[in-house]
Design a protein around this ligand. Structure first.
Ligand code: MSP
Length: 512
């Protein structure tokens, strides 16, 4: 049986869920649902990253100890994702006992193999990034991310012999051209690997930071937060048993934003090599979202909250917009005017009108009872069915390429076609001629079939809408109706479930 292991980054518990983190959740959730509905075995992992300076400082600011603080924020994250309906299979916390145990096990293994050594090191340290910088990486002598002046720190620490695996990783990239995708990001990592990458400082002295996983061979130190957090991708499987790990690990698909390319593209694979574990299958890297052309930030008040969007336009409409508006791997901009335009054109007009017109006619002309597909199919009936078959074929191809916007475009081409089919067959005119009633019944039957196909095709992207379509058609999920061929789903006398306005139009935001 085909299998896939889908992971998201572990979110830092120092900020609320926002469009950036929600985007990774939306694409991974869509993929997980897509593969599940196609009969794959799927394991979908997400969670929270809870150790390190950043979190210790956020806890201190909240006047709390780190543990109760992380318990609280991690629960908020999980509750937010649950309220968004994301279908993850497991939520891992880096403070979970099994994770802590496994990190220590792995550190010991790598240490005993001689790939971790103790050394004195002096360097420029950014507390925001929790890492040392080389002079070359600085911008105007400051941290390129935080724009702060770095502190010169000199201390003894443990180092991971990352450089030892540099050539091997570069070769792996050359032999597996889609190991990191899209290609631009692979090229970025390959370029980093053509320069010396050095070794990685993987400990922090407790005199400076206590909130971390203790280094198992030296109690005076805790583990560098990245060396701890990355291991979740393995510990999240291992805690379900070795067999479970063996089953899913070869199919690992990591999803991350481009800002954390280096830890995932360089630290993580070299760590896996040192631990004697196979590498993940793919690293899939997405771009960054801005809001109305600007970086999202609390101070600008332009942060897009998934929970607020859910409240305002519904989760499915938000998912649709985010997936349709962006190209995987590229940056995207969240704009209110684009949101309103897409919502009204694609959801209210195209999809919403198709469904309400068909259901209204079915109710008005036949009291909601589906009529048989008697007689020969007309040319346009075949063409309508073909359009949905084509949409499905294209959808599969686009999903393999992570082209979510294209997959939706293909489904919307079928919706357009169905709307044109109504205009072309004109059931509202035909119905006036009593001799044409059978044909009208057949035309509506074909359209109901189209809507049934939509409830299947949209399920990974818009799960609530998919269920609502089934309800409107009077079908139960348990029917297994989606596997039934076109024209064979509605039994004689079947009554549709009612009618509704799926996506009421929204007004453009008023100029404040
Ligand atoms: N804790 C680390 C990841 C450890 S994985 C072992 C981390 N956390 S984060 O909370 O800062 O970021 C989580 C994810 O959100 C990252 O993939 C990051 O790229 C993504 N995003 C944060 N802001 C974003 C946007 N504005 N746009 C798109 N994604 C962005 O990094």
């Amino acid at each position: 049986m085909s299998r896939i292991y889908i992971t998201t980054p572990l979110y830092y518990v120092n900020a609320e869920p926002h469009l950036g983190s929600a985007y990774t959740m939306i694409i991974t959730d869509t993929l997980a649902r897509h593969y599940r509905t196609n009969g794959w075995e799927v394991f979908y992992l997400t969670g929270t990253d809870e150790h390190g300076d950043k979190i210790a400082q956020a806890a201190a600011q909240a006047g709390m100890d780190p543990k109760p603080f992380t318990d609280q924020i991690s629960a908020t994250f999980q509750a937010a994702w649950d309220s968004c309906g994301f279908s993850y299979d497991h939520f891992i916390r880096t403070t979970d006992a099994y994770h802590v145990r496994y990190v220590k096990e792995l550190l010991t293994k790598v240490y005993e193999a001689g790939d971790i050594y103790f050394d004195r090191y002096g360097g420029l340290y950014c507390f925001g990034c929790e890492r040392f910088y080389t002079e070359k990486e600085l911008v105007d002598g400051k941290c390129p991310d935080h724009r702060t002046v770095l502190e010169l720190i000199e201390e003894e620490n443990y180092f991971f012999r990352m450089s030892k695996y540099q050539d091997r990783l570069l070769r792996h990239l050359e032999d597996h051209p889609d190991f990191i995708r899209p290609e631009g990001f692979k090229n970025e990592v390959a370029a980093m690997l053509r320069e010396p990458i050095g070794d990685l400082c993987i400990s922090r002295p407790k005199s400076r930071l206590t909130w971390g996983i203790e280094i198992p061979f030296d109690q005076r130190y805790v583990t560098y937060v990245w060396f701890d957090a990355l291991i979740n991708y393995v510990s999240g499987l291992k805690h379900r048993g070795e067999e479970f790990f063996e089953k899913y690990w070869p199919q690992a698909e990591h999803f991350i934003g481009k800002d954390i390319l280096k830890p995932h593209g360089i630290f993580w694979p070299t760590m896996l090599m040192a631990a004697g574990l196979p590498l993940y299958k793919h690293l899939n890297v997405h771009g960054f979202w801005t809001s109305e052309g600007q970086k999202m930030s609390k101070s600008l008040g332009n942060t897009v909250s998934p929970l607020e969007m859910k409240e305002r336009i519904g989760m499915d409409a938000f998912r649709y917009f985010v997936l349709r508006e962006s190209v995987f791997g590229q940056d995207a901009d969240f704009r209110e005017d684009a949101l309103t335009a897409r919502y009204n054109a694609d959801l209210a007009n195209n999809l919403g009108n198709l469904v309400s017109r068909v259901l209204a006619m079915q109710n008005k002309y036949f009291s909601g009872i589906v009529q048989p597909l008697s007689g020969d199919w007309a040319k346009e009936d075949h063409a309508l069915k073909e359009k949905f078959v084509q949409a499905e074929t294209e959808l599969h191809r686009h999903m393999e390429e992570l082209q979510f916007h294209r997959a939706l475009e293909s489904v919307w081409a079928a919706i357009d076609h169905a709307n044109r089919y109504i205009v072309h067959t004109a059931p509202f005119t035909l119905f006036k001629d009593p001799a044409q009633r059978t044909r009208v019944g057949a035309v509506l039957h074909h359209l109901l079939e189209g809507i049934r196909q939509l409830s299947r095709l949209l399920a990974p992207f818009m799960p609530d809408t998919s269920k609502e379509l089934q309800r409107l058609l009077g079908l139960k999920e348990a029917d297994g109706a989606h596997r039934v061929p076109w024209g064979q789903c509605f039994s004689p006398g079947h009554r549709i479930g009612g009618s509704t306005v799926l996506f009421p139009r929204i007004e453009p935001p008023s100029e404040a």
